[in-house]
Design a protein around this ligand. Structure first.
Ligand code: C2E
Ligand code: MG
Ligand code: MG
Length: 679
C-alpha cells in the first residue's frame, strides 16, 4: 500500500491490479495448454499399435515405450503444475478480496486508520485524516507518526506503541494531535500489530477516533459541577477540595503555611432589594472579577486533555460559596501579615464604585481570616473559623478584617446557644419590658419613658447588651421589637389615661439596625399605633446615631417614611458617631439623646462639659430638643440645667423598672404633687 495509489478509486485499485497480473499471465496459460495438448497427443500416438517407424522393430518398440513413459510423467507433472497454478490464483484472488475489503473499510471509515512501520514512518493513512485533521496524503507522506502528536503526550504514545509491538495489541490511549490549522484535537486510539511469518511485528495498524467533542462535553460537565454558574468561579466543593489538599500539605511540611479568607459583602441585601436581583447578580459578577484581579494568575492551560473549557476563572484560589460570600485560599504565605495585606487589597479594590445599570453602587466587604494550624484536619473547620472571624469583623463595624483566634470559637458556641435560647424565650414570653422615666429638667415632671427590654431567665435577668446584638444579627430583633413596641404602646395608653397631662406622656422605643433595613417597618409601627390607640406624636423612635447617619440616602428615606406616620424621631447615643451638621439638618428628627459617656465624665472633665454644651447649642440652632442620658448625680443635673438641656434620664431619677413599679412611682409623684398643692 502506498499513499500515491490512494488517489485511485479505492474499490478499483485491487481489481485492476489483479486484472493486470492476469493479463500478463495469458502466454503462460497458452504455453501450459499447448504443452499439455502436445504431450497428450504424443502419448496417444505412441500408444497406437499401427504406428511403425521401420528398421529394427524391437529397438523402436523399446524406444517408443520409454518415450511414452517419459511423456506420461511430464504430462502428470504438467497437470500438477497447472493444478498448483489454479490454487495460487485462487489464493491470490482471496488475498485481493481481503485487500479490497481492507481498503473499502479504511477508505470509508470515519475513524483515522494508519499503518506505520517499526521506525514510526507512516506507510498508509486513511482519507479520514484529511477530513478530521486537515492533512492531505502528501502532507503526511514521509513524516514520522509522532510529528503531529502533542509534545507532552509523545512519551506515552511511544510506550503504548512499543507495548503493542510486543504483545500484538496495545491498550486504549487518549492523546492530543495537532490539526493542520494549529488547534489540538483529542484522539482515542488502539494499535494492533501485523506480524511476519517468523512472528516478528513488522507494522502497526493504528485506529484513531476524534473524541474532542465528547471530551469537551465531559469537561464542561465536570467544570459545571465544580464551578459557580453565575461567576464561573470555583464553587464550595472545589474550594473545600483545594483547602483539604493544603491542610494535607501543611501536615507533611511544617514550613508550609496558608490562610483561608472568608469575604462577605456588607449590606448586599440592600442592593438586591433596591435594584433588583438581576442587578445583584451583575454586581456579584463584577465583584468576582475585581477580586480575581487581586491575585497572581495561575496556569489554567495545562488541563487534562488540553482543552481549556469555554471560560475559566482567572484564578482558582478564589471561590464563591454562594450568595454574597467569597473565599480565598492563600498558599505559601510567610506570616499572617501577608493574609491581612491581601484582605486589605481586596477591600480597597471593592471600595471603588461599581456601575450597575448606569448606576453607581458603593459596597464594602468584611473579611475573616483563618491561618493554617496543626489542629486542623478538616477543610470545613477552617472555613467555619474564617467565617466566625468575618462575623467578628462585621460586628466591629463592617468593612473590616479580623484574624481568627481560638477564643472566637468558644464565644461563637456561646452565641449559638444564646440564639437558640432566645428563640425559645420568645415563645415562652420570657422577654419583658422595663421602663425608665424621662424627666423635664425645667418642671421636674416625668414627661415620658424609654422602653428597655429584659430577658427574664430562670438564672436571672439578662440585660439587652448581651442579647440585642445577637437578636439583631439573626433577625430575631424583628419579632422581639414587635413585642416590645406592642407592650410599650399598650402601657402608654394605660398611663396616659390614668395620668393625663399636657403634653401627654410619651414612650420612646429603640430601633435596631436590622429593623432599620426592614422594608415594612413604618407599616408595622403604624399598625401597632392604630391597634393600641395612642397618639402617634407621643411615640418616639430612638435610632442610634451610627445607623441614622450610615447610608445617607437610605436613612433619609426610612426616616421620612417613619415621620409620615406621625411619630417623633430621636437620635440615640449622640456623640458616639461622626455626624455632620449639614446631614443632621436634613434629617427629619425631633430630638437628640446625648450619650451617657459624656454625662458621666462631665463633672471632672471640662472637655466633656464643653462637648455637651456644644451639642446642646447646636441642637437648639437646629430646633432639636435634647435629652441627657445616664444622669446619676445632682451635680450633673445642675450642669445640664445651666446648659439649658430640656430633659434627662438616669439612675438619679429612677433605674429602669417593671411597669408596676413605674405605676407606683407615677402614683407617688401625683400624690406628692397633690400634697404640695394642698399645703
Ligand atoms: P439606650 O437606648 O441608650 O438605653 C439607655 C441605657 O442606659 C439603658 O441600658 C439604661 O439602663 C442605661 N442607663 C439609664 N440610666 C443610666 C444611668 O444613670 N447610668 C448608667 N450607667 N446607665 C444608665 P440597657 O437597658 O442595658 O440598654 C442598653 C441598650 O440596649 C439601649 O441603650 C438600647 O440601645 C438597647 N436596647 C434596650 N432595649 C432594647 C429593645 O427593646 N430594642 C432595641 N432595639 N434595643 C434595645
Ligand atoms: Mg435608647
Ligand atoms: Mg442611648
Amino acid at each position: 500500500m502506498n499513499n500515491n495509489k490512494r488517489s485511485r478509486k479505492p474499490n478499483q485499485s485491487t481489481t485492476l491490479r489483479v486484472r493486470e497480473i492476469e493479463s500478463r499471465e495469458w502466454w503462460l496459460w497458452a504455453y501450459a495448454v499447448t504443452v499439455t495438448l502436445a504431450l497428450a497427443a504424443g502419448v496417444v500416438a505412441l500408444s497406437f499399435p499401427g504406428y511403425h517407424l521401420g528398421g529394427d522393430g524391437l529397438f523402436w518398440s523399446d524406444l517408443k515405450e520409454r518415450v511414452r513413459g517419459l511423456a506420461a510423467l511430464v504430462l502428470l507433472f504438467d497437470i500438477y503444475t497447472v493444478y498448483q497454478h489454479f490454487q495460487s490464483q485462487r489464493l491470490r484472488k482471496q488475498l485481493a478480496e481481503g485487500n479490497e475489503l481492507f481498503e473499502l473499510i479504511t477508505e470509508n471509515a470515519a475513524d483515522m486508520i494508519a499503518v506505520v512501520d517499526n521506525q514510526g514512518h507512516r506507510l498508509y493513512n486513511s482519507p479520514a485524516y484529511q477530513k478530521i485533521l486537515g492533512y492531505s496524503p502528501e502532507d503526511l507522506q514521509g513524516q514520522s507518526s509522532s510529528d503531529q502528536i502533542h509534545p507532552a503526550d509523545r512519551e506515552r504514545v511511544s510506550q503504548a506503541a512499543e507495548k503493542a509491538r510486543l504483545t500484538g495489541r496495545g491498550q486504549r490511549l487518549e492523546y492530543r494531535m495537532r490539526h493542520k490549522d494549529g488547534s489540538w484535537r483529542v484522539l482515542e486510539s488502539t494499535a494492533s500489530a501485523i506480524r511476519n511469518g517468523n512472528g516478528y511485528t513488522e507494522k502497526l495498524v493504528i485506529v484513531n477516533r476524534d473524541i474532542s467533542e465528547r471530551k469537551r462535553a465531559e469537561e464542561m460537565l465536570a467544570h459545571n459541577a465544580l464551578h459557580d454558574r453565575l461567576t464561573d468561579l470555583p464553587n464550595r466543593s472545589l474550594f473545600l477540595d483545594r483547602l483539604q489538599r493544603a491542610i494535607a500539605r501543611a501536615r507533611r511540611h511544617s514550613d508550609y503555611r496558608f490562610a483561608a479568607l472568608f469575604i462577605d459583602i456588607d449590606e448586599f441585601k440592600v442592593v438586591n432589594d433596591s435594584l433588583g436581583h438581576s442587578a445583584g447578580d451583575e454586581l456579584l459578577i463584577q465583584i468576582g472579577n475585581r477580586m480575581a484581579g487581586c491575585f497572581r494568575e495561575t496556569d489554567t492551560v495545562a488541563r487534562p486533555g488540553g482543552i481549556p473549557p469555554k471560560s475559566v476563572a482567572v484564578d482558582e484560589s478564589l471561590a464563591r460559596l454562594g450568595g454574597d460570600e467569597f473565599t480565598v485560599l492563600l498558599e505559601d504565605i510567610s506570616d499572617p501579615g501577608d493574609a491581612i495585606r491581601v484582605a486589605h487589597r481586596i477591600q480597597a479594590r471593592c471600595a471603588n464604585p461599581f456601575v450597575i445599570n448606569d448606576q453607581e453602587v458603593v459596597i464594602s466587604a468584611s473579611i475573616g481570616i483563618a491561618l493554617s494550624a496543626r489542629s486542623y484536619s478538616q477543610a470545613e473547620d477552617l472555613i467555619r473559623d474564617a467565617e466566625l472571624a468575618m462575623y467578628r469583623a462585621k460586628r466591629a463595624g463592617k468593612a473590616r478584617c479580623e484574624v481568627f483566634d481560638p477564643g472566637m470559637h468558644a464565644s461563637a458556641v456561646r452565641r449559638l446557644k444564646l440564639e437558640t435560647d432566645l428563640r425559645r424565650a420568645l415563645e415562652l414570653k420570657e422577654l419583658i419590658v422595663y421602663y425608665q422615666p424621662i424627666v423635664s429638667l425645667e418642671s421636674g415632671k416625668i414627661v415620658g419613658f424609654e422602653a428597655l427590654s429584659r430577658w427574664q431567665r430562670p438564672e436571672g435577668l439578662v440585660l439587652p447588651g448581651e442579647f440585642i446584638p445577637v437578636a439583631d444579627e439573626t433577625g430575631l430583633i424583628v419579632p422581639i421589637n414587635r413585642t416590645v413596641m406592642l407592650a410599650a404602646c399598650r402601657q402608654l395608653a394605660v398611663w396616659q389615661s390614668e395620668f393625663p397631662s399636657e403634653p401627654p406622656l410619651t414612650m420612646s422605643v429603640n430601633i435596631a439596625p436590622k429593623q432599620f433595613a426592614q422594608s415594612d417597618l413604618a407599616k408595622e409601627i403604624h399598625g401597632i399605633i392604630e391597634q393600641t390607640g395612642v397618639a402617634p406624636r407621643t411615640v418616639h423612635l430612638e435610632i442610634m446615631e451610627t445607623i441614622a447617619m450610615g447610608d445617607a440616602e437610605r436613612s433619609a428615606d426610612v426616616l421620612a417614611e417613619l415621620k409620615a406616620i406621625g411619630v417623633r424621631l430621636s437620635i440615640d447615643d449622640f456623640g458616639t458617631g461622626y455626624s455632620s451638621l449639614s446631614r443632621l439638618q436634613r434629617l427629619p428628627v425631633d430630638s437628640l439623646k446625648v450619650d451617657r459617656s459624656f454625662i458621666f465624665t462631665m463633672g471632672d472633665n471640662s472637655d466633656s462639659q464643653e462637648i455637651v454644651k456644644l451639642i446642646i447649642t447646636m441642637a437648639h440652632t437646629l430646633n432639636l430638643r435634647v435629652v441627657a442620658e445616664g444622669t446619676e448625680t445632682e451635680e450633673q443635673i445642675s450642669i445640664l440645667k445651666r446648659l439649658n438641656c430640656e430633659m434627662a434620664q438616669g439612675y438619679f431619677f429612677s433605674r429602669p423598672a417593671p411597669a408596676d413599679a413605674i405605676m407606683d412611682l407615677l402614683r407617688s409623684r401625683c400624690v406628692s404633687r397633690a400634697a404640695a398643692a394642698h399645703v
